[in-house]
Design a protein around this ligand. Structure first.
Ligand SMILES: NC(=O)c1ccc[n+]([C@@H]2O[C@H](COP(=O)([O-])OP(=O)(O)OC[C@H]3O[C@@H](n4cnc5c(N)ncnc54)[C@H](O)[C@@H]3O)[C@@H](O)[C@H]2O)c1
Length: 458
């Protein structure tokens, strides 16, 4: 069958893989290919063990892989054949040179721009899917057009707003799709081509269009706003713990104001994930580079509160457990940065495990999806950490359990059984406020929620 369009995505990671799978699923008339420099990742995409865990992803991939969805390592061929190229490579925080620890590391992104220029033999639409500093598309255009061949490229910005754990739902029914373009004749035409692709399944009124710079900035700003809400409620949780106010009650009272809204007001052990911190720091760096130091300080505070929240959690464990954790067995329930993903990038669990290890605690980590990543993250801690699939086995003989990920299963465990198997006095630190604290207390646990008074037997 002849396909209407050839769509290529460079970078088959958490964003590129699911996004391309959804386009292929919804648009059988297009041939969709995701390429990656990592052959192992491509092999996994072509196997029954996909490289990432996302509810519903298997079904979507299985429905179209080999029909109109392909995973490959042949970047050159992919570029030659494509009409539209999405760039979805990683843009981590720079760890060297100017802007180290703050600015986005654009080396992977720039490499792809050069590869597109070198291999393309016909005009293309190039779509920035990665999250990038404002004005990056200008640099992209400069690289692409700096050649004697004079092949014409239109550059669009189409940031991805999916959240890990709900990626398939978010892709299937997005709150909005954002497309930024130049407002020239050719820019608007390219924009319409991309609108047409999404319009195969997204209602037109949810596809919004802006200029390039607004689109690039909106992604950074959206993540900054989301993270800010978490830091706001976490900051209030610290005050609740000092004043016997209850953060869940406060959050409910605040969230019922329709101007504020109820979502994303759950206090916890701090946000993680590959994006929030990196994107805020990127925003902070940008603001500073434009001389907007007050704006930069404001957003930097969001990250500072997040670090403070993780610190506070460990200190409260230490404090509650008689100021010594040395030789005590502590079981961490959950290591993924949130429920329904195996991703552990920037997970609070990494920081907390390391701090507890510093205190010479013996750690046992359990998580339904993230244990293989946890093993890699904490490899240097060696025998100080055990990784156990079964939560009952993991908690056996421990002095404390700390819930770090809001997996539904941690709500419904048989805590009587867990309590019976633990060293007494038994402690439970609920870093996600998911357990039934009163019940646990009545069983005998000393319970330490976030942003609420502890329930202790002494
Ligand atoms: N993870 C999320 O939830 C999320 C959500 C929205 C936006 N984003 C943004 O999307 C972008 C990608 O994020 P991700 O989480 O998918 O990253 P990822 O690390 O999972 O995937 C990126 C992939 O790009 C590949 N790659 C790098 N250079 C390449 C090249 N030259 N040619 C081919 N492949 C190459 C890497 O091997 C990797 O597999 C980032 O800018 C991120 O900020 C991520």
């Amino acid at each position: 069958m002849a396909f209407e369009k050839n769509i290529l995505c460079i970078g088959a990671g958490y964003v590129g893989g699911p996004t391309m799978a959804m386009i292929a699923y919804k648009c059988p008339q297009y041939r969709v290919t995701a390429v990656d420099i990592n052959p192992e990742r491509i092999n996994q995409w072509n196997s029954d063990q996909l490289p990432i865990y996302e509810p519903g992803l298997d079904k979507v991939v299985q429905a179209c892989r080999g029909k109109n969805l392909f995973f490959d390592t042949d970047l050159e061929q992919g570029i030659k054949e494509a009409d539209i190229i999405f760039v979805s490579v990683n843009t981590p925080t720079k760890t060297f040179g100017a802007g180290s620890g703050m600015a986005a590391d654009l080396q992977y992104w720039e490499k792809t721009a050069r590869q597109i220029r070198d291999y393309a033999e016909s005009p293309k639409i190039v779509v920035e899917k990665s999250t990038l500093p404002v004005k990056t598309s200008l640099a992209m255009e400069r690289i692409l057009t700096n050649d004697s061949d004079q092949i014409y490229f239109d550059v669009l910005s189409n940031p991805e707003f999916l959240a890990e754990g709900t990626a398939i739902h978010d892709l299937e029914e997005p709150d909005r799709v954002l497309i930024g373009s130049h407002e020239t004749e050719s820019g608007l035409e390219a924009r319409e081509t991309l609108v047409e692709i999404y319009a195969n399944w997204v209602p037109r009124e949810k596809i919004i269009t802006t200029n390039l710079w607004s689109s690039e900035l909106s992604k950074l700003a959206a993540n900054a706003f989301l993270a800010q809400r978490i830091s706001s409620i976490n900051a209030i949780s610290a005050l609740c713990e000092k004043t016997e106010a209850d953060v869940s009650e406060v959050a409910r009272a605040i969230g019922m104001d329709s101007r504020v809204g109820v979502k994303f007001l759950r206090a916890g052990v701090g946000f993680g994930g590959s994006c929030f911190k990196k994107d805020i720091l990127n925003l902070v760096y940008l603001c500073r580079s434009y001389g907007l130091n007050e704006v930069a300080d404001y957003w930097e505070g969001v990250v500072r509160i997040n670090d403070y929240q993780k610190d506070r959690f460990v200190l409260s464990m230490l404090n509650a457990m008689f100021n010594t954790l040395a030789g005590k067995k502590i079981c961490l329930f959950g290591f993924a940065f949130k429920a329904d993903t195996g991703d552990t990038r920037e997970s609070p669990g990494i920081f907390i495990a390391r701090e507890l290890a510093e205190e010479k605690a013996e750690l046992v980590i359990t998580d339904p999806e993230a244990l293989s990543n946890a093993r890699i993250d904490l490899a240097d801690l060696g025998e100080q950490v055990d990784y156990v699939e079964d939560p009952y086995e993991a908690a056996e003989g421990s002095h404390a359990v700390a819930i770090l990920t809001e997996w539904g299963l941690y709500r419904d465990l048989d805590y009587e059984r867990i309590y019976a198997s633990m060293v007494k006095p038994a402690f439970l630190f609920d870093g996600r406020n998911v357990a039934d604290h009163q019940r646990l207390f009545e069983m005998g646990f000393n319970v330490f929620p976030i942003g609420k008074a502890p329930l202790t037997h002494y």
